[in-house]
Design a protein around this ligand. Structure first.
Ligand code: SER
Length: 615
């Protein structure tokens, strides 16, 4: 059945309305209730308090909506045919109202009568049970009663058939997942729903939220029977229209067309170009939705959600350059995206100017860094060519050099923020290669040595002034001091630094007492007096965590090396260690006197501190 995203959203909401559900608005992409994640990752996420039974939902006990979601766990996969960092999720919920029989029955009815799938195309999975939690034979029996034969009901363990919680704690439970058999041949005897070969595609997930995961990691009965379901819009229209990739669906059509127009290409032929065009499409869409969010407040920055946004924009800029797209493109892409989605998400239109400004500012900042790097690259190549000419004139047997040394490639990375892959691309274009092994050696050597002179080094963020750099270091000290005084739950939710002051948003439920404020100030000032050295080291996120660093994004973001800043007597005996792109001062002693000017509420469960450094 051919269908557009608009039609699918309407069909879904209308169907559940006809089953007594209230159609509610989707929530902000910036979670209100869950400090343990950076973005809303599922439709159930904004409903957690109601699923927990903390309060009744004003719209009743049967709800349905379309929810904007961002998931960055698979960001490295973006560019293939299916992975996205932003997607829309259709969902229906029972807040202690109906349970498995109705949920599964309606899923079956919607798939077969509204979306036109044949029951023969449907395979399902159910939770097989484990010690302490019984198998979900009830769900299996319901599927059987609907005509799904036992051989297409797969009983799978927790890693496949358990969902949630969305963050670290909260409602969760066994699920039943529905898969459409595409008719492609099985990849082997073990091919089954959940296999990634492309034969089975998951279309819907019904979660039976009967449990609550506690902070201690225990699953306790929730005392309520909730249903939480989720269906991805992009994936479903892709499948229904028989397309090979989500980028061919109607939601991406204007976006892909714009990328072609801006690059001056009628189509993308090489796998690299195809990948780049998809990265630009995905990342620009996600960045536009984050910046255009109704709650807002996330701008490109160095930590947490701000950092994710910066990475998305910068990666889009790099890939756009690869495609030959001229600077200033982020605003044009965003205009296309806002126009396309504003009838569903009016907040995009309302925040149009803000989206454009932030994108342009970040694109310009990053563009400068890239240009400097390109000039440096050209200089290196010119040097090699001069040498080749000179040697060739002296000795006809001389073999010209066509390799960028590891040291040069590393310098481009370290000083100009040029990823190795980009240096390789530039080299390839002129018939040069890069000494990758040499680059990696430099990387390791740097890691060992790196008492980095960050203050003067041009990192990717060279525009930082002395004042903002000092306030940035103070933010790290404050973050740690809050954890000491108020508890480990104080996680940074946002940071904004001007030349005059720092602003830190962090998760904490209550107003701080004057005494707590004084204690935090004292701790920070003690660390300033101790004049701790600031170390910078490069490592992967896993290595950073193992070293005890605070990493403010909950998902493994990339395999790339990240910089970790340590403020301490030594790297091991430290006060604060955080994953952060910097820059920071070299010694805490230069910060001056730290003073908290204001402590106020930022949003539910989040406090905001404004603080200054007095000379
Ligand atoms: N929360 C479940 C999911 O994300 C169902 O909506 O799949």
């Amino acid at each position: 059945m051919k269908i557009t995203a608009d039609q699918l959203r309407n069909l879904y909401l209308e169907f559940f309305k006809s089953k007594g559900h209230a159609v509610i608005s989707g929530a902000s992409l910036i979670p209100e209730n869950d400090p343990t994640v950076l973005f809303t990752t599922a439709g159930m996420h904004p409903l957690v308090p109601y699923l927990m039974g903390k309060m009744p939902h004003p719209a009743g006990t049967r709800l349905t909506d379309v929810q904007k979601c961002v998931r960055t766990g698979d960001i490295d996969e973006v560019g293939d045919s299916a992975h996205l960092t932003f997607f829309e999720m259709l969902g229906n919920w029972s807040l202690n109202d109906y349970f498995k029989k109705e949920a599964i029955g309606w899923s079956f009815e919607f798939l077969t009568t509204k979306l036109g799938f044949s029951p023969d195309q449907l395979s399902v999975t159910v939770f097989k049970g484990e010690e302490g939690i019984p198998a979900d034979e009830e769900a299996a029996a319901i599927w059987k009663s609907l005509g799904i034969p036992d051989e297409r009901i797969y009983r799978l363990p927790r890693e496949d058939n358990w969902w949630g919680p969305a963050g670290e704690t909260g409602p969760c439970g066994p699920d039943t997942e529905m898969f459409i058999d595409t008719g492609k041949p099985a990849c082997g005897p073990d091919c089954r729903p959940g296999c990634h070969c492309g034969k089975f595609i998951e279309i819907w997930n019904d979660v039976f939220m009967q449990f609550n995961k506690t902070a201690e990691g225990k699953f306790e009965p929730l005392g309520r029977h909730n249903v939480d379901t989720g269906m991805g819009v992009e994936r479903t229209i892709c499948m229904m229209n028989g397309l090979d990739t989500v980028y061919d669906t109607d939601v991406f059509a204007p976006i892909m067309a714009k990328i072609k127009e801006l690059s001056g290409k009628a189509s993308f032929e090489t796998p690299e170009d195809v990948r780049s065009s998809r990265v630009v499409a995905d990342h620009m869409r996600t960045a536009t939705f984050i910046l255009g969010d109704q709650k807002g407040g996330v701008t490109p920055g160095n930590v947490g959600a701000n950092y994710v946004l910066r990475r998305l924009i910068r990666s889009a800029v790099r890939h756009a350059r690869r495609l030959g797209i001229a600077p200033g493109f982020t605003e044009k892409m965003a205009a296309t995206i806002v126009d396309e989605y504003k009838h569903v998400y009016p907040e995009l239109e309302a925040n149009r100017e803000r989206v454009f400004q932030e994108l342009l500012a970040e694109e310009t900042r990053f563009g400068k860094t890239l240009d400097e790097g390109k000039r440096e690259f050209d200089k290196t190549v010119a040097g090699i060519r001069r040498k080749n000419e000179f040697m060739g004139a002296k000795d006809p047997a001389y073999v010209p050099e066509t390799q960028i040394s590891g040291k040069q490639a590393f310098r481009l990375y370290d000083t100009y923020g040029y990823p190795l892959e980009m240096t390789q691309e530039l080299a390839r274009e002129i018939g040069f290669t890069v000494d990758v092994a040499g680059y990696q050696e430099c990387f390791k050597a740097h890691q060992k040595l790196s008492r980095a002179n960050v203050g003067s080094a041009k990192s990717g963020l060279a525009e930082h002034s002395e004042e903002t750099t000092a306030l940035h270091t103070a933010t790290h000290l404050l973050h740690k001091a809050l954890k000491i005084v108020l508890g480990d739950h104080c996680n940074q939710k946002g940071s904004n630094i001007t030349a005059e002051r720092l602003r830190l948003d962090f998760t904490h439920g209550e107003k701080m007492t004057p005494e707590q404020i004084r204690k935090v100030e004292d701790i920070v000032n003690e660390q300033i007096k101790a004049d701790l050295p600031v170390y910078r080291d490069m490592m992967t996120l896993d290595e950073a965590r193992a070293a005890g660093a605070t990493a403010l994004f909950s998902n493994k973001y990339t395999d790339e090396k990240l910089s970790v800043y340590t403020m301490g007597r030594t790297r091991e005996d430290f006060f604060s260690k955080e994953v952060c792109t910097g820059p920071h001062v070299e010694h805490t002693g230069v910060l001056g006197h730290f003073k908290i000017k204001k402590e106020e509420s930022s949003s539910a469960g989040v406090r905001r501190i404004k603080a200054v450094l007095e000379k």
